[in-house]
Design a protein around this ligand. Sequence first.
Ligand code: PEP
Length: 241
Amino acid sequence: MGKIIIAGNWKMHKTQAEALEFLHVLKSSLEEANEAREVVLCAPFTALGIMSKSLHGGLIRLGAQNIHWKENGAYTGEISGPMLTELGVEYVVVGHSERRQYFGETDETANYRVIAAQSHGLTPILCVGETKSQRDAGETETVIINQIKRGLVDVDQNNLVIAYEPIWAIGTGDTCEASEANRVIGVIREQLSNQEVTIQYGGSVKANNIDEIMAQPEIDGALVGGASLDPVGFARIVNYH
Ligand code: PEP
């Protein structure tokens, strides 16, 4: 078991004003939250600065949605480690399936980004997951094991979060059975040298399924997309029973 981390991935949602409004509501809803649960918001780059000022190191941590492996250079549209740490960012999502599907991310580039994040003191959240056709073909374990092996070359497992996100469950409302997510996360854990790495489940996590997901022994948290956009619903997810 690793530290419990519930992370919201806002994707390309929320202006600065909307982000501040969200924080205002979320902060008041988290008063009863268990302090042992880390809450992370992975916001668009444009909202990170203002969110950081509003959070000033409270219970909620800040995450970004990508990082380049170089510190600076001619990489139009990319963002570097120093740019994120200057804003108080602590986590960064790497290798999300949407980056893999739409922006050519590979296991190799995800690996470079994981290493870069760690070298700047950020905690990478490495996403892995199989497609529906890979699952139907019985390839889930092979796909996941390959993603883990390639993504973790030369990676320090003492500063790492992994998110198991079956692609067919992302944004579809089609959640993976909690027991099946638990099983695959167990397979991921077998590949790791550090058994304390936090391994989250992601894929249509909602207020009405989080309790069952978090009751699974191998699951150390959740990466939440759509349901992290509403502060009241997200607070219920963080305050899971
Ligand atoms: C995600 O974006 O990582 C995700 C899991 O999305 P959703 O919760 O909307 O399925």
